[in-house]
Design a protein around this ligand. Structure first.
Ligand code: NIG
Length: 419
């Protein structure tokens, strides 16, 4: 009777309520590991999380009693929807022949002579239509989403000319339209110097600045990225691009320290980049700069594995200095055609020495930060999007423990179930 009266007095309308679940909220600063709330209730209203708390608390009890659409999850684990914050999932052709050649001992030059390497993907991408690119990426996107990814970043960077970069970004936009997933579109025109600009990387960078401007005006760019490396672009060239991106209010990220220690830490700090990605060769100076500048270190263990890199990122130093670490698939045709975020969690632990909790932070709250979207997604907190995964698991560490076992039961984007 008392409850009935309370329900009437404080009529709270939730579109949906979950009960009977343990929630790894991944909230920053939580007192419990994983921000865990056991025997929890989650209230969803207008696609957002409107309540999360224990079922035994007064509010939790009232919500369950007063709501009509209550779903019992039977003791399942709930996490935030996963975020794959670094992918090149849209591209033309594939490079399995090149992989076979490399395994048989072919050198970089031999692969390039046989038409392999990044330029091979560039010709296939230039020859493709937007639909070809979307259809080619469909199976990879579907595989990544099947493991609970609710937001993914997709980069351009295999067109290296305006029309082809535009096609890639349009195909990325189509992914968001056709699948139930949020897509963050990143312009990576400065991924490699195309053949027609061979030996003239500075001039090509001017073209990248023009492309960025146009594509941003067309609403196709959320973020700008650059491959700053001995075989990519110099620090000075990168500064030119980032200077313009900053003026335009475009978010900035950087592919850095993948093959050499190239001074990327200072650069990212200077331009207030959201993240520096790869980081195998980031040393003390770079890591200190990231810690001071608040950049996320995005680590890509599947590529480290695929190219048999022996240098591992300095995870211990990052941890000690308080750098936030994210992990991602880096799904791409050359250095790692990885379509499994759960396998990445496992590799983050086995290869990079991260804890299961750090790995899960890497695909939730820290990945959200790397995309500049931490106030919207990445944790189960009131006011954030109701992007949620329901797992057939008792403990969050099961997600990084298994290899090749998908424990996902249900996935929600903005409170709507993905079928
Ligand atoms: O993230 N570092 C640059 N780009 C990709 C690989 C590019 C390719 O070989 O196609 C990477 O590893």
């Amino acid at each position: 009777e008392l409850l009935e009266r309370m329900c009437k007095e404080h009529a709270v309308e939730y579109d949906m309520v979950f009960k009977g679940c343990n929630v790894a909220t991944m909230k920053r600063g939580s007192e419990t590991p994983y921000g865990m709330v056991e025997d929890a209730v989650i209230g969803i209203r207008e696609g957002k999380i409107a309540f999360v708390g224990g079922a035994q608390g007064e509010e939790g009890k009232r919500i369950v009693e007063c709501s009509s659409n209550v779903k019992d999850l039977g003791g399942a684990l709930v996490t935030p929807g996963l975020i794959d914050c670094h992918t090149h999932v849209i591209y033309g052709g594939d490079r399995s022949l090149e992989w076979e050649m490399k395994l048989a001992g072919a050198s970089y030059e031999e692969v390039a002579k046989a038409g392999g390497g990044i330029i091979n993907t560039v010709s296939n991408t230039r020859a493709a239509t937007v639909d070809d690119l979307f259809e080619g990426g469909r199976k990879r996107v579907a595989a990544i989403l099947s493991e609970g990814v609710t937001t993914m970043e997709i980069k351009s960077g295999y067109g290296l000319e305006y029309e082809a970069e535009r096609k890639m970004l349009l195909a990325a936009a189509k992914v968001q339209k056709e699948f139930k997933v949020k897509v963050e579109k990143t312009f990576l025109g400065a991924h490699a110097v195309p053949n027609e600009y061979k030996g003239r990387s500075g001039e090509y960078m001017d073209t990248c600045v023009e492309m960025l401007q146009k594509l941003r005006e067309e609403g196709l760019v959320d973020c700008c990225d650059c491959f700053t490396e001995s075989i990519g672009f110099s620090v000075e060239e990168t500064e030119k691009l980032f200077g313009r991106a900053k003026e335009m209010g475009v978010k900035i990220r950087l592919h850095g320290d993948q093959l050499n220690n190239y001074g990327c830490g200072e650069l990212t700090k200077k331009f207030k980049c959201l993240s520096i990605d790869h980081c195998e060769y980031s040393g003390e100076k770079a890591i200190k700069a990231m810690a001071e500048g608040g950049q996320v270190a995005v680590l890509l263990p599947a590529s480290n594995y695929f190219i048999k890199e022996t240098k591992l990122p300095e995870v211990g130093m990052m941890r000690d200095m308080g750098v936030d670490i994210a992990v991602a698939t880096n799904c791409n045709p050359g250095s790692g055609p990885c379509c499994s975020i759960l396998l990445v969690l496992n590799m983050a632990c086995t290869r990079f020495g991260m804890t299961p909790e750090e790995a899960l932070r890497g695909v939730t709250v820290n990945a959200a930060k790397a995309l500049g979207k931490e106030d919207e997604i990445g944790s189960v907190e009131v006011g954030k999007a109701a992007d949620l995964c329901v797992w057939d698991a008792q403990r969050p560490s099961e997600l990084s423990y298994y290899m090749g076992l998908n424990l996902l039961k249900e996935c929600y984007v903005d409170g709507c179930k993905r079928e």
